[in-house]
Design a protein around this ligand. Structure first.
Ligand SMILES: Cc1cc2nc3c(=O)[nH]c(=O)nc-3n(C[C@H](O)[C@H](O)[C@H](O)COP(=O)(O)O)c2cc1C
Length: 500
């Protein structure tokens, strides 16, 4: 039997002369749920809706035009309403055999296209992006590209998993079905294709649903992250199931660290230079080489002040339940959350001891966490080795890269971001966007100060964890940036100096 019923999260509200069906899909921005209003529903439609809310409707029964329908038009309208619910991702499709529901299509997006097997000879297989997850009543097959999840509830169907890993023809799929489900082989194929977890293969064995992603070289990890963070409409039920409450107080705006000792940085100098903002923008470039003489504490202080110091603590979204304390800094941050902290691996800097420090952006000081212990040295070496990737220069071997005077490590307090953005599903995406914003700020400020800046692509959260002593998922490194004193051949000397 093939039957339909409303998926979880669908609500039906009965008015006097209308019915409003509220979907579990909502915009990420403001959680407004999609809804469908039907004015003056006839008795047969009301009865269909009641069945869909309850135990479901059997497709065969519905297709038969019997005495329940006074005319053909009413029957057609009913089928068209059912189709509308299906394409809006409101219906669970269940195929049952002698042992109950065997396989089920649960939509996860607000649009679902019914597909059937093509005419003639064809082969189908799973999308290369599917994952199989255990669920309370069987196995769930999902894919970032799919519009529905397929649930295998009857263990007798588990062999399908193995078969569909490679391209297989209709006869092979039929062979996976127990006797009581044989008559439904076309429905099972249609269910798999409609969900988007499987597709029809081309001559090279690529499933049709995967073609663009394969052509563009997407990896599963990137595709999952991209789809998860860029969809405008989200499935509230799935999102809520994944969420755990976060204690906001644990993640205040200003981050206090337990440190071995604090070193106040010199107050920012009045910068004695003639570069206009537009000259800075024009001059900005990556420099990966440094002179003998390292940078000094005054320059480092200016660099940090003009990039990251806290100008003001503000109250965000006051009056709303999600009210929180935000920060204003020279650099922008989504939601004024500023969940990224700067750590400095100071290799050499006149006026400061080498070591690993946390920058306190509130009182403009450096808190020492440890000396330049092995993980710090490894971070510096990894940074230097990353400069062999300089695309414009002749490639150098990893061992030829110069150690920076200071390696800036950006570490994210995920919980602070999640305390606001868990519901939107965007914490990590916004963290990475904040990292980009910080990279550009560091580039521009370093250029204005005559320092040698270089953003980095490679970093190690493990090394950061070892150096900082943080539990890795409370605060984890997400970006690295090198600075140093550029060789004089680069045309500009440090331009900052303390005046007076
Ligand atoms: C996010 C990011 C990552 C980067 N990663 C590296 C890197 O790993 N190694 C490196 O030598 N340069 C790296 N760079 C610097 C780029 O190679 C550099 O910006 C690019 O070659 C253009 O040169 P320009 O900055 O002088 O305009 C990175 C820059 C950014 C913004």
């Amino acid at each position: 039997m093939l039957s339909y019923r409303f998926r979880d999260g669908v609500q039906v509200g009965w008015g006097e002369d209308n019915v409003v069906i509220t979907a579990p899909y909502a915009t990420r921005l403001n959680s407004i749920r999609q809804s469908l209003r039907i004015d003056h529903p006839g008795d047969s439609l009301k009865s269909l809706l009641k069945d869909l809310v309850g135990t479901g409707v059997d497709r065969e029964n519905l297709l038969i035009l019997d005495n329940a329908f006074s005319n053909k038009a009413e029957h057609r309208e009913l089928l068209s309403e059912l189709d509308k619910f299906y394409t809006k991702g409101l219906l669970l499709t269940e195929i049952s055999g002698s042992e109950g529901t065997a396989i089920c299509l649960a939509p996860v997006k607000p649009s679902l296209h019914r597909k059937t097997a093509p005419e003639g000879i064809y082969r189908i297989k799973f999308s290369k992006f599917v994952i199989v997850q255990p669920s309370v009543d069987g196995l769930e097959i999902v894919s970032p590209l799919a519009t529905g999840a397929v649930r295998l509830k009857d263990q007798r169907l588990f062999t399908i998993l193995v078969q569909l890993a490679a391209a297989c023809d209709e006869a092979t799929i039929r062979g996976c079905l127990p006797d009581d489900l044989q008559s439904h082989y076309a429905d099972v194929i249609s269910l798999l294709l409609s969900s988007g977890v499987a597709g029809v293969c081309d001559g090279w064995g690529v499933a049709d649903i995967d073609q663009d992603a394969v052509e563009a070289g997407w990896t599963f990890e990137d595709l999952a992250f991209h789809c998860h963070t860029r969809e405008q409409m989200i499935d509230l039920c799935r999102n809520q199931a994944r969420q755990t409450p976060i204690d906001k107080k644990q993640f205040p705006a200003k981050h206090q660290r337990i440190i071995r000792g604090s070193t106040a940085l010199p107050l920012p100098s009045r910068i004695n230079h003639n570069l206009s903002f537009f000259q800075v923008v024009r001059e900005r470039k990556t420099i990966r080489a440094y002179q003998e003489q390292p940078i000094n504490a005054g320059l480092l202080s200016d660099f940090l002040w003009h990039s990251m110091h806290i100008r003001e603590e503000i109250s965000c979204d006051p009056g709303l339940s999600r009210a929180y304390a935000g920060l204003l800094k020279p650099v922008a941050s989504a939601g004024a959350l500023h969940s990224i902290e700067l750590y400095l691996c100071i290799n050499r800097c006149i006026g400061l001891q080498p070591g690993f420090y946390h920058f306190d952006s509130s009182d403009h000081s450096l808190g020492k966490l440890c000396d330049l212990i092995d993980p710090c040295l490894q971070m510096l070496e990894l940074a230097a080795a990353s400069t062999c990737r300089a695309p414009q220069a002749a490639s150098v071997s990893p061992s030829q890269g110069q150690l920076p005077d200071v390696l800036v490590v950006m570490a994210a307090r995920y919980g602070r971001n999640a305390s606001l953005h868990q519901q939107t599903g965007l914490p990590y995406a916004l963290i990475l966007k904040d990292v980009g914003s910080i990279y550009q700020q560091l580039y521009l400020v370093a250029t204005a100060l005559g320092l040698a800046p270089c953003g980095l692509s490679f970093g190690s959260s493990e090394l950061f964890q070892q150096a900082s002593g943080h539990p890795g998922l409370l605060e984890c490194s997400v970006g690295e940036f090198m600075i140093g004193n550029p060789p004089s051949t680069h045309g500009f000397e440090p331009k900052a100096g303390v005046v007076g």
